[in-house]
Structure formats: C-alpha cells, structure tokens
Design a protein around this ligand. Structure first.
Ligand code: PRT
Ligand code: ZN
Length: 284
C-alpha cells in the first residue's frame, strides 16, 4: 500500500483530487478521516495541512506527497521532486509600495520585509549580497507595509490583484512554483515502487491528454493533401474511406492552443461536418 500525503483543504485540494480521480483512483467514502484508502488501487491518502507534507514524506509517515514547490523549498526537508504536476502555478515575489522608487535588489538593504517564506527569502538575499530584516508573519502579508510594520513584502503572487489592491508593486520574481509530486530519500519497497510506477504512468497519460482535442471531419478527396498539411497530428492523421468515393473522413489530435486557428483553416480548405471531442487519456 502506497501512502500519499495530500492537502486536506485549500488551493491544492481540488486539482489534486481531480488528478487522482482522472488517474482512475476511487476513494472509499469516508468523511472527516485523516487516512482514506482507495477502493480500486493500492494507495491510501493522508490528508494534512500543506506545511506538514514535506515533513511527513521526509519522515516516512507518507511515501509520496503532492505539495507546492514553494513549501518544499521553504521547509528544506530531505525529499526529492519526482514530477512537476502543472497546477497551482504561482510565483514568490518581492513587492514594494507603489510610491517607492525601485533601484534594484540593493533597495532592500537594511529594509524590513514581511513574509511567510523566510528560508527562500534569506537564500535570495544572501545570493544578492543584501542584508535585510525578515519579519515572519503567517497570513495577510500584503497588508504589512500599509500598516507600517514592514517596508516591503515577499509573498505568493498569482494574478497580481492582491498586490494592486494593496498599492504594492512586484519588483523581483524569486521563484516560479507549481504543485509537485515528492518522494522521500529512502528507496520504496519493491511493491510500493511498482505502485508508484503505475501511478506515474497514469499521470503521464492524463497530462498528455490535457489541452488536446480529437477532431473528426469529412474531406473531399481532391482537398485531402491540403487539409492534411494543416493538421499537426500525433504522428500523422488517420484517414478513413467513406461510402462516397469522393470523400474521406480525417481524424487528428489538435492542441487547444492552436484549435481555432486550425479549425478556421481546414474549414476554409473544404472540410465539412467537423466534430470536436475531448480526450480523456492519451498513452503515448
Ligand atoms: O491550510 P493549509 O496550510 O493546508 O493551506 P495554506 O492556507 O497554507 O495554503 P493555500 O491552500 O492557500 O495554498 C496552497 C498552495 O497553493 C501554496 O503553497 C501555493 O503553492 C499555491 N498557490 C497558488 C497559492 C496561490 N496560487 C495564491 N494565489 N497560494 C496562495 N495564494 C494567495 C497569496 O498568498 C496571496 O495572498 O493568493 C494571494 C495572491 O493571489 P493574487 O491572484 O491576488 O495574486
Ligand atoms: Zn499552509
């Protein structure tokens, strides 16, 4: 049985549960329990505060964990990153009052900076030969300059709107973070390693299908070459015959990023009856 530490509630929770569910892991229905087994896969979930996840994996209470890279780097526990998971993306940045004139990292020399991430901040300041007073607070860091308890802040930024509404200006991005899968330093048992390998294989298939659409269309034979040239398939698009000899059916995988552009072009080139389907998993 492989034990996975996950956040019990908060910003990581929904996407963590969605990823595990897309990987086919169904949980035994249990409310308000710390440890919940799966009913169809040999894993159990240990629900914790995100701050405790690196420690639980380092100590071996959990075999692996899903947590923000920011927490992993702040806690400096003996864990390793198995895989980036691509969700809960954010950055850890330094921000100063909008009215201040920023001159570069030396601006922070001798200043007081409020943060919940003293470890990452002091590493950054040290690397930049800057010494500042780090004032550790656990929440609402963004209000510190406004109420006069700090000159600047070092905090998580996502859209940036919290900074704007507190009259702060982001001046240095210190770390780009996202959710990561972490493991401990000791090797897993052969049985647990096999479970982890299967889990990683499934995560790979879920991630490969993300932002991809399966597109089917009818194409006149004489336009086939033009249209195939417009389709970026996995290898090459599938082409099937239709009852009408003059037409064929073309299937391809299209990246959502280029989706409208590709659809517009293939329609203009003569494709008809275009169907667009979601792809659930993709095993490459
Ligand atoms: O209770 P527990 O300790 O488990 O949770 P928590 O309250 O410590 O953490 P939580 O759930 O808020 O965040 C968990 C993780 O989500 C963080 O460690 C980050 O890796 C990631 N994450 C992604 C974020 C954000 N985006 C985010 N926007 N964590 C916090 N924020 C906050 C930020 O602190 C700031 O106050 O949102 C505000 C900024 O957002 P914008 O969009 O206004 O810039
Ligand atoms: Zn936390």
């Amino acid at each position: 049985m492989l034990r996975i530490a996950v956040q019990s509630k908060g910003r990581l929770y929904d996407e963590t549960m969605e990823l595990l569910s897309e990987a086919g892991i169904k949980l035994v229905a249990m409310k308000r329990t710390l440890l919940v087994p799966s009913r169809n896969f040999p894993v159990e979930l240990l629900f914790l505060r995100d701050d405790d996840i690196p420690d639980s994996v380092a100590a071996g209470t959990a075999d692996i964990g899903i947590v923000g890279l920011n927490e992993v780097l702040e806690k400096k526990r003996n864990v390793n990153i198995i895989r980036n998971l691509g969700f809960s993306k954010c950055r850890l940045s330094l921000a100063i009052p909008k009215s201040s004139q920023y001159t570069g990292v030396e601006w922070f020399q001798g200043k007081k900076i409020a943060t919940s991430y003293p470890g990452i901040l002091s590493d950054f300041l040290e690397k930049n030969n800057t010494s500042a007073h780090i004032h550790v607070i656990s929440g609402s860091v963004e209000i510190a300059p406004g109420i006069g308890i700090a000159d600047a802040i070092f905090d998580i930024v996502s859209s940036g709107s919290t900074l704007v509404s507190n009259n702060l200006l982001e001046v240095e991005t210190v770390l780009n973070s996202e959710a990561v899968l972490i493991g401990g330093s000791k090797p897993l048992s052969a049985e647990n390693q096999e479970i982890l390998n299967e889990l990683l294989f499934r995560i790979e298939a879920v991630k490969a299908a993300e932002n991809k659409k399966y597109v089917l269309m009818n194409v006149p034979r004489e336009k086939l070459d033009d249209i195939v040239a417009l389709l970026p398939g996995i290898k090459s698009p599938t082409i099937l015959s239709l009852a009408d000899q003059n037409w064929c059916s073309v299937h391809a995988v299209v990246n959502e990023k280029h989706f409208w552009e590709v659809i517009g072009k293939i329609k203009a080139a003569g494709a008809e009856g275009i169907l667009v389907l979601d792809i659930e998993k993709m095993v490459l």
